[in-house]
Design a protein around this ligand. Structure first.
Ligand code: AMP
Ligand code: MG
Length: 520
């Protein structure tokens, strides 16, 4: 039986002894017990009140010394045994062997309101899986993970969550640009929360090692705890399990495309078995709509994980998961039958999602051409994705000549919109107007529905960087401001209009805004 979080906090008993975290290849085991590192001067910078509610924690709890100590890794609670998980993964298309939770430590699991949650610290010191790194995280990447995971939740995108953002009080050495210029930064610890942190790579590692026994233990555990509606594990149920992971993964990716989120590192170790967005590293938000964009400078050459390729990579990753499950099933046909449906399903789901963004609520064949045409025109000049779709709901049919003016705020440089491009827009708006006439809903209702699909506020890359710059100087106020703003991304929030603007020019090529590395 899982504990209630209050039970954990109310026990003031000594922690288990420290366990030695020697780095090693861990075989025949899904995880290793490990304790977080004691830190010099811990403090909590921010907590998510929605996440606290979900866990059954109160404001009072956050003020207790236990809260501070537990969620900065300075105290292990009685009856809990923190652990780091073993996983492998394909990184940028190549098998990388054992990776594992190199700087994530699972504290405990709790149940509240019939929901199970695992709580995990990121950046709380080394584990057997730390390889050559230090197991720590810096403030800049921790702010990005903390703000973005809660923002994604409020946008309705499946994601891991965040409970708290803390400072360790220690300094951490990082070479941000990998150019031989390391510097010290503030160390930070995020408490992440999810029903499970299992990844495709957790299964892959045992298949790669031909350890079918441990693979079966883990898959059976996963089905029992997270897919229990499927019933007792069997070959048929393994296939159904795969089918569900397949559906959840696709659904998550469609949601990323909808809001313009680019993950940046879709390695198989960063793919959640529950279809949650996981591991917020060098991610970014599309500003200018561009299928070729990736925020990750480490991926600059081939742009494997660019916006326009995220759905395809989803399929590639699902193939790797299918390969990992194969030893339990023993025949490829069932897995292949599921995988071959991907392209058609992904296209259909994508077109339907785009229909919603355009306010098209009945399905017509001509929609596909209308959508592809739009995607092409959007990329002719730099056009802000968020502003374009949000403002599109103001377009009133019968006014197609007015279309371009409704969306012109989305153009980065109006002068770059040549006459040829203007006539493409005019033509598109004529077609859009014709298409809207076939809908049943009136202007106001369409606008309302479109505004529930097209967010007004997202965590633009420069916004997170402003919060980081301030926090590095000891001012955490902007973190709170952005956190509150992003709780209601679909609302108008007139007092926050200043965040509904295009990326400022200073941020175009700035490190942390458009250029991000994996250094974190
Ligand atoms: P990521 O690119 O963040 O998904 O990380 C890939 C792998 O590197 C995972 O196994 C991480 O746990 C590990 N890793 C990343 N940063 C660190 C660090 N500072 N210390 C130890 N392991 C790390
Ligand atoms: Mg990762």
């Amino acid at each position: 039986m899982k504990l209630n979080i209050q039970d954990i906090f109310n026990k003031e008993l000594p922690a288990d002894p420290i366990i030695e975290n020697t780095r090693r290849q861990v075989t025949k085991a899904c995880f290793s017990y490990v304790n977080p590192k004691q830190t010099l001067n811990p403090s909590i910078v921010h907590t998510s009140s929605e996440m606290m509610d979900a866990l059954g924690l109160t404001e009072e709890d956050t003020e207790s010394s236990s809260f501070l100590k537990v969620f900065t890794g300075n105290k292990v609670m009685q009856d809990t045994k923190p652990y780091a998980m073993c996983y492998g993964g394909h990184q940028f298309g190549n098998w990388a062997g054992q990776l594992g939770d190199g700087r994530a430590i699972n504290l405990f699991e709790v149940t509240h309101n019939n929901k199970n949650w695992a709580l995990q610290l990121k950046g709380a010191g080394e584990t057997p899986y730390s390889r050559t790194a230090d197991g720590l995280a810096v403030l800049r990447s921790s702010i990005r993970e903390y703000l973005c995971s809660e923002a994604m939740y409020h946008l309705g995108v499946p994601t891991t969550r965040a409970l708290s953002l803390g400072l360790s009080g220690d300094q951490v050495l990082r070479d941000v640009l990998y150019d031989g210029n390391p510097g010290y930064e503030k160390g930070a610890i995020v408490c992440r929360v999810a029903e499970s942190f299992l990844r495709f790579g957790n299964y892959q590692i045992f298949a790669a090692r031909q350890d079918t026994e441990t693979l079966k233990t883990l898959v059976d555990y996963t089905i029992k705890h997270h897919f229990s509606h499927l019933g007792e594990a069997s070959k048929e149920i393994y296939l159904q399990f795969f089918k569900e992971v397949f559906d959840k993964t696709l659904e998550m990716l469609i949601q990323w495309q909808r809001v313009g989120f680019v993950h940046g590192v879709m390695n198989t170790d960063n793919m959640s078995i529950l279809g949650l967005t996981i591991d917020y590293g060098p991610y970014g938000w599309l500003e200018g709509y561009d299928h070729n964009w990736t925020p990750n400078t480490t991926d600059n050459q081939f742009k494997r994980y660019r916006y326009g390729q995220q759905l395809d990579i989803g399929l590639w990753n699902l193939y790797q998961l299918a390969n990992a499950l194969y030893p339990l099933i023993g025949e490829a046909e069932g897995l292949e039958a599921i995988l071959t449906t991907y392209t058609t399903k992904a296209q259909e789901a994508y077109i339907n999602m785009m229909r919603d963004k355009l306010g098209l609520f009945i399905q017509r064949d001509e929609d596909v051409a209308l959508i592809f045409d739009l995607e092409e025109i959007l990329q002719l000049t730099e056009t802000d994705m968020t502003i374009f779709f949000r403002n599109l709901s103001n377009f009133y049919p019968e006014n197609s000549s007015d279309g371009i003016h409704v969306i012109e705020d989305a153009f980065y440089v109006y002068d770059e919109v040549s006459n040829a491009i203007k006539s493409r827009w005019e033509n598109w708006f004529k077609n859009y107007e014709e298409r809207l006439k076939k809908e049943q809903v009136a202007f106001e209702e369409r606008k309302e529905k479109m505004n529930l699909t097209n967010p007004k506020y997202v965590l633009r890359n420069y916004m997170a960087q402003l919060a980081i710059d301030n926090a590095n100087k000891g001012d955490y106020e902007l973190i709170d401001q952005l956190f509150k703003l992003l709780k209601n991304p679909y609302d108008e929030q007139p007092e926050n209009q200043k965040w509904f603007v295009k990326r400022p020019e200073w941020a175009r090529h700035k490190v942390g805004c458009s250029m991000l590395s994996c250094s974190s």
